[in-house]
Design a protein around this ligand. Sequence first.
Ligand code: BEZ
Length: 252
Amino acid sequence: MKSKGWDAELYEARHGFVWRFGEGVVEFLNPQPDERILDLGCGTGQLAAKIAAAGANVLGLDASPDMIGQARQNFPKLRFVLADAAKLEYENEFDAVFSNAVLHWILDRAAVVGGVARALKPGGRFVAEFGGKGNIRILESTIERVSAKYHGGQAPAKRTYYPSVGEYAALLEQHGLEVRSGQLFDRRTPLEGEDGMADWVRQFKWYYFEGLRPGQPEEALNELIEELRPKLYGPNGWFADYRRLRVWAVKL
Ligand code: BEZ
């Protein structure tokens, strides 16, 4: 199992659903020609390219050198920057800030939303979708339980944040963003192939299996997969119990 960081190769090969579902969020954003748009957590750049195809002037930002390197290789004509979404340094620069499937990774939500609010021009919009309250409830609780067994009874600390509509709306309002829309909805997400769940865990939850003795990560992963099978393997194969929070807010 890869031990740390984001694996852009595995992401592109096996987790294209992240940007395929994200295409619906780009449609919701409805980018217009010549708008300046920041794609917060752009990954390997596919959604930034879709925004650019609408004629907008897009800047992709990601904190992973692996992801940014791959984005530059995929889309050499677009602009990408390596930076932390919780430390944005832009002021009144963007007509829109867009983000898909990223904000649940950033625990310092106030820093992100504060930076987004500063980065937007007055009247600019923040359009984001990410894991909301109840996201991957079955998946994450099972990973925590199995991983705790291998870590002397205590699973590693959570690294994700899944807010409710009310909680996130309050945060947006505290930062001068007017909430025009907020939705929480289930989105069961198919994971490709017989190894779909194992690949998902290797990509997104590797940190639950760090620091174990040689051989143990593989053992724990096999045990986890067998625990998940009755819960998240259906007639069409593996799926993840995603739940999305989608918001639209405008800077006053
Ligand atoms: C997601 O909701 O997109 C997600 C959450 C945790 C790990 C990976 C993905």
